[in-house]
Design a protein around this ligand. Structure first.
Ligand code: FEO
Ligand code: CA
Ligand code: CA
Ligand code: CA
Length: 578
């Protein structure tokens, strides 16, 4: 019998505790530097953070709220410099209860608060460098940029210019404003960032039942009852006035952080849904493949295969790659195969008779198209990433408590699935454009003593996890997993790591313990694995401004808890995980 400790992981760190505490813990011999915090001015002359004196004008110049995805892009462009680069960070959403005195709820913010709330969303681009044993943000950098829900952007790909995208803010259906709900993302091989617009329905409200788009809005999950204050103050988010505005949202947005004046592009060829993120892989034939999850219960897994090929010496051409190609949804079978079904106008059921007049309609209503093709409803697909060492694709399926016994399927095998699973997919002969992959269950997560889990028998008593959300791979191909829901099981959120092959395949070890109420997002390694960037999102979630459950990271009675980016390294200079 294999007992805990009898098989060793290649990961050498000593595990952290799993109890819920107000502080963050990394293993002995590691340190965590707090690098960027909500409200910090991004330029030297920027406005100082004062939670009692907030304004939109200040927030526009400060680090936003709820950092999620992180991408580290070396400077100069094209290098693998691990000590100097750009950090691109998503600000997914806000928690007004922890941001403002009196702990207002989301829908009750007044106009001035709403204006501040709006620009606390989006992304930050900062320049950072390692100097004198620490990471520093360069506050004089020309790359510094705040991208918000008000930043001019362009819609590109098959939906650009569609009559369905013409709104009060966009006469041409091409120009638009802003991005929000930015959850995870990816860094492309040509040095751009892809950011996923996820829970964009929160911002909208208003009765759309009389709109010709009512069925489409309903299928996306739009509700007349808003979850935020935005629609009360601006008709842009009022669906009774602007039913088409939400079609500008729910895309993958490509941002070029190396050009601070570049206009972000909404890549509609990649489909419109609640995008967790997108990760690009260069296929053996040079075409690029983007893997994507639609993070909602019973939604689907997707991949996009570009028409043209990546050219290492032609960045301008690479910047167009995601506008032309084929989008697919996934159908998992019990025989260990997964079929990729093309979402192409005119193919199969994607016809005028079924309400599709063009490829624009297919990508705008891609959930409906995938319904018709018979894609497999999944347990909330979050991050989907390719392991650069073995070429396999890992799908984080975070949870789905609504799945009934009758709705179980091979890749989603548990009813009332509160703990999630990780599916591993393998492209035949490494061809990621192939129509059929193989798949295998990598991990069924949950309590260590839950018989429906699939832990390696040598997994420690306190090494289990629940609700996988983001992942990353180190240069040895080991998987690093973050959670979003472990607290529901009475343990701290955090980071776990495991080998993916050999006797210790899927043998989990807990690497980090997150502070109360927070989840860890966006794990991202520097090119040499010396540093691991992570987001600590919504610390003290579920408590109040006046009485937060933790004041991480400042632990100052005058300051609220603050979402922050940390960077983890070993004190002896060896690589993380070693
Ligand atoms: Fe924002 Fe899919 O988690
Ligand atoms: Ca989150
Ligand atoms: Ca996520
Ligand atoms: Ca999540």
């Amino acid at each position: 019998e294999t007992k805990p400790g009898s098989v060793q992981s290649s990961l050498t760190f000593r595990e952290t505790g799993h109890e819920m505490t107000p502080t963050l813990e990394v293993p002995a011999g590691y340190k965590a530097q707090v690098l960027l915090k909500w409200g910090e001015p991004l330029a030297a002359a920027g406005p100082a953070f004062d939670p009692l004196q907030q304004s939109a004008e200040k927030q526009q110049q400060q680090f936003g709220y709820n950092n999620d995805f992180i991408g580290f892009l070396p400077l100069p462009l094209g290098s693998s410099n691990a000590k100097h680069g750009l950090l691109v960070v998503n600000h997914e959403y806000t928690v007004p209860q922890l941001m403002w005195p009196g702990s207002p709820d989301d829908v009750s913010l007044n106009k001035a608060q709403t204006d501040t709330d709006i620009v606390a969303h989006g992304l930050s681009v900062v320049e950072i460098e390692w100097r004198d044993g620490q990471w520093h943000q360069r506050k004089d950098s020309a790359y510094t940029r705040r991208i918000t829900p008000l930043t001019p952007m362009q819609i590109s790909g098959p939906a650009a210019g569609s009559s369905r995208l013409k709104t009060a803010i966009s006469q041409d259906g091409v120009h638009t404003l802003g991005t929000y709900g930015n959850c995870a993302g990816g860094v492309t091989p040509w040095g751009t960032v892809l950011t996923g617009e996820e829970n964009i329905d929160m911002m909208f409200g208003g009765d759309f039942s009389q709109s010709p788009e009512a069925a489409s809005l309903k299928r996306f999950g739009m509700s007349a009852t808003p979850q935020k204050s935005w629609s009360a103050h601006y008709p842009r988010w009022d669906m009774s006035a602007q039913p088409n505005e939400s079609f500008h949202m729910g895309w993958i947005v490509e941002i070029d952080p190396y050009d601070p004046r570049s206009v972000p592009k909404k890549r509609t060829a990649l489909g419109r849904f609640k995008h967790e993120g997108a990760n690009v892989y260069i296929n053996s034939d040079g075409r690029v493949v983007a893997y994507m999850g639609d993070d909602q219960k019973f939604e689907y897994l997707y991949k996009f295969v570009s028409a043209k090929t990546y050219q290492a010496d032609n960045r301008a051409a690479n910047l167009q790659l995601l506008d032309e190609g084929t989008l697919y949804c996934a159908r998992f079978a019990a025989d260990g195969t997964v079929a990729w079904l093309p979402l192409v106008f005119g193919c199969g059921p994607l016809t005028v008779a079924n309400g599709f007049r063009s490829q624009a309609d297919v990508v705008i209503d891609v959930r409906k198209a995938a319904d018709l093709l018979g894609a497999t409803p999944m347990d909330r697909p979050e991050d989907v990433e390719v392991n650069p060492v073995n070429g396999a694709v890992y799908v984080m399926l975070t949870k789905n408590a609504d799945r009934t016994a009758a709705q179980r399927s091979p890749a989603n095998p548990r009813a009332q699935n509160k703990a999630g699973q990780i599916v591993e997919m393998t492209a035949p002969k490494g061809d990621h454009s192939a129509p059929v992959f193989a798949w295998d269950m990598f991990l069924l997560a949950g309590r260590r003593d839950d018989p429906s889990t699939s832990y390696h028998p040598a997994t420690g008593k306190n090494s289990w996890l629940a609700c996988p959300d983001n992942c990353a791979f180190d240069r040895k191909g080991r998987i690093w997993i973050t959670s979003d829901g472990a607290e529901d099981f009475g343990i701290a959120e955090g980071i776990w790591a495991a080998d993916v092959s050999g006797a210790s395949r899927a043998l989990m070890k807990r690497f980090l313990r997150a502070p109360l109420g927070s989840e860890i997002c966006g794990p991202f390694f520097t090119p040499d694995d010396q540093y691991l960037f992570c987001s600590v999102q919504h610390p003290a979630d579920g408590s109040s401004f006046e009485q937060p459950s933790t004041r991480w990271p400042d632990f100052d009675a005058k300051l609220p808890p603050r979402p922050a980016v940390i960077v983890i390294s070993r004190t002896d200079g060896q690589s993380v995980g070693t």
